[in-house]
Design a protein around this ligand. Sequence first.
Ligand SMILES: [Zn+2]
Length: 421
Amino acid sequence: MSTTPAVNDHRRLGRELGLFDTDPLIGAGLPYWLPDGAAVRHALAEYLHAVERRAGYLHVASPVLGKRELYEISGHWAHYRDDMFPPMDVGDEQLVLRPSLCPHHALIYRSRSRSYRELPLRMAELGGMYRSERSGVLGGLSRVRAIQLNDAHVFCALEQVAGEVREALELIRRAHRALGVAPARYRLSLPGPGGKYVDDPELWRRSTALLREALDEAGLPYEEDEGEAAFYGPKIDVQVVDDLGRETSLSTVQVDFHLPERFDLRYVGADGARHRPVMVHRSIVGSVERAVAHLIEVHAGAFPAWFAPVQLAILPVTEAERSAAEELARRGLGRDLRAVVADPERGTLGARVREARLVPYQLVIGPAEAAEGLVAVRLRDGRRLPPLPAEEVLERVSALVAAHSTALWEPAPVVEENAPA
Ligand SMILES: [Zn+2]
């Protein structure tokens, strides 16, 4: 965490590091991702898909548009219309850019008859959604109009809800560790006066009790805040604080009895009768945009290797080692590592090392290393390792990346601490 306020402002760093930008012709709140930013985003998406797959989620894909009636049924039209883009007239229908993925997932659940044996049915999608933010509040990646949401809905029986909430909290905890993120606090978000909420006190009482129970069982301290609930139910929000001291929600878990009612969702129980499932909405990192904004600030652009835009900077000392450097970069790419050659035309070795200061691994190849198939490794934190076989370095970096580790090197055979570049 920075001691100087705003020094790590993701808007400034994002531009300086070539991660994302905007164009007035595309519009405010509609940033585009440059190759290095897209690399971070793709690494994050691949991680989420992998952990979700392993946790038993099934991935679906659904369109970013839906008919206005869909959102009338879900309640978004009545409770959330101020945050939605106006509908588009297409023939005699009205289409809406979706403000959330939940209604589509409810319909996918409903598209087949469901048995209790399929529950809990965990449905995940990294999908687009839209929010009609006013241009005055837009900035960088933290407030945008087009959002890519890491979303999932667990359709389950009532007695499975507490377990599913606990498991979602555990996925969130593990993801925060891999991302190098420390939550500021857990918040139980409750309805407040004046908000537009579904009017069903019994529903609110039951879902709030389930969330409290899950937080207590997980041993997580939390605070209750009124006025922060979703319109259809209470939620657990995992809060982080940015470099300006502003708090935002990164992750969320919600218990919802409302949408299953609205969409008349059912499953056939062991007793042969039809029962109503409960929906647990959960997001491990929230929107990709807000997550990356936070990661830029937390790490000041020096990302853990597994989501660093460039993982290996390969530096031939002179032109004579250029072909060895290019060969090593090809082998790195062959292992799915993001490798670039910083050749001598780009300046002195010292200048190239400084230019690559955010890259976790700088692999220097001089005449001696080139002759022996070795590389001299400089870690981003200033440690220098003795020359190692190039293949061993690729192997170790690949293993750390595959493990989504935040460590730069293990074990740490350090020869020189904080050597000057
Ligand atoms: Zn949802």
